[in-house]
Write a protein of this length. Structure first.
Length: 402
């Protein structure tokens, strides 16, 4: 619920700022009214829509995540809500209840006014005669003083209220009042309500001046603006601010190009808000042949481990307690004591082998413990010596076959 209210509030703020900066000063009338209604509807609807977008992510990222022991997504907290959240919820519901009660009281006051006033049906409308000099309308009811109706200015006043009734402006305000009960904490929704009422007045004024002189109608507005009706979502003929209404009456009508531009310009803003609020992202891993940072790190760690192991073996060999070590020595003829160069020396079962150099010296690397070292050469008898017999392997003599 909190997320919905926050996202909807963000949409309301962004869309109203666009209206105030771009559209509010232009004489677009019905288009501005439509924009305000669509803005509120979009702000309420977008947070309720969820569209999942699939985006392929290379396996490199997935491997890196796993190597770093990072979760793919942060799980929602399963802890009980804190006292702060509970307090905010209580405050919200109290505010919602109070604004709803105020809304019902406004409906009741208009209903009481209808019941207590003298009614007359004419021209498809229901006239309710009141003592106040003010005139206002609510749906098909026109609240007006009987003397004002019968005066010379009564015709323009009635035409003004007819424009509100034909345009179903009361329905707009009724919907805005309901939205205000949900977003009572957001000052932007009150600005929406005020802006929508002002656009309604612009539309009704424009309907009257089609058959009335602008100067005479402007003078009538100034005279009736001395008092204001107390019914906040009913349409009053003298609704403030009169100066803005007078200025809008003098403004020239918007050209077709301006109207078209006012329709097209908000579309990118709607699209951005829709993508931001309604579109959710899910990641699908895609195999990749590239060497990842994680794989490189693993390889370096394995190499490091291997070098440390070999280093330990070398140190152990130096102190004589390793199970694997090099076998070194001299290989010579038993009679002439000459080096045997063409000999082959290997250990079983490891299979490692070597040959002596020109001086008869040999080195058999990494020979396991408890193995045999075999010496063979052409023209000589083979010889097997235990690797642990360092005294014999250090100075090996082969006997000639001749």
């Amino acid at each position: 619920m909190v997320d919905y209210l926050l996202e909807a509030s963000v949409c309301l703020v962004c869309l109203y700022l666009f209206y105030w900066l771009v559209l509010s000063r232009q004489k677009l009338l019905s288009l501005n009214r439509l924009y305000l209604l669509i803005s509120v509807t979009i702000s309420l609807a977008f947070p309720l829509i969820t569209i999942t977008l699939s985006m392929e992510i290379p396996e490199t990222v997935q491997v890196w995540r796993s190597s770093q022991n990072l979760p793919e997504s942060v799980p929602a907290s399963t802890e009980a809500p804190g006292t702060g959240v509970s307090l905010l919820s209580v405050i919200y519901w109290i505010g919602l209840s109070l604004t709803l009660i105020m809304f019902l009281m406004k409906i009741k006051s208009i209903r009481s006014c209808i019941r207590s006033g003298q009614q007359e049906k004419a021209e498809g409308l229901t006239f309710v005669y009141i003592n106040s000099r003010q005139a206002f309308s609510f749906f098909h009811y026109v609240f007006i003083n009987k003397e004002v109706k019968e005066s010379t200015s009564g015709t323009s006043v009635i035409e003004h209220e007819k424009a509100h009734i034909k345009g179903l402006h009361s329905l707009d305000l009724l919907l805005l009042e309901l939205v205000k009960t949900l977003f009572w904490f957001n000052p932007i929704i009150y600005l929406y309500h005020k802006a929508l009422k002002l656009q309604h007045e612009y539309i009704a004024d424009e309907a009257v001046i089609r058959s009335w002189d602008k100067a005479s109608y402007a003078d009538l507005l100034v005279r009736y603006s001395l008092k204001q009706s107390g019914y906040q979502f009913a349409h009053s003929f003298s609704a403030h601010p009169v100066e803005k209404r007078l200025k809008m009456i003098d403004n020239p009508k918007a050209t077709k190009m301006k109207k078209l531009r006012s329709i097209l310009i908000p579309i990118p803003l709607f699209a951005i808000l829709f993508i931001t609020v309604s579109c959710a992202d899910t990641s699908i891993s895609e195999p990749s042949d590239e060497i990842t940072l994680a794989e490189l790190k693993i390889s370096i760690d394995e190499l490091k481990e291997m070098l440390e192991k070999q280093n330990k073996e070398v140190v152990s060999s130096h102190f004589g307690f390793s199970s694997v070590s090099d076998v070194t020595g001299w290989l010579k003829d038993s009679k002439t004591n000459e080096p045997i160069i063409n000999a082959k020396i290997w250990s079983l079962p490891s299979g490692k082998s070597t040959s002596p150099n020109e001086e008869g010296f040999y080195r058999l690397p990494s020979t396991p413990k408890d193995t045999l070292v075999t010496y063979k050469a052409i023209g000589y008898k083979s010889l097997d010596i235990a690797r642990n017999d360092y005294r014999r392997t250090n100075n090996v003599k082969l006997e000639s076959r001749r």
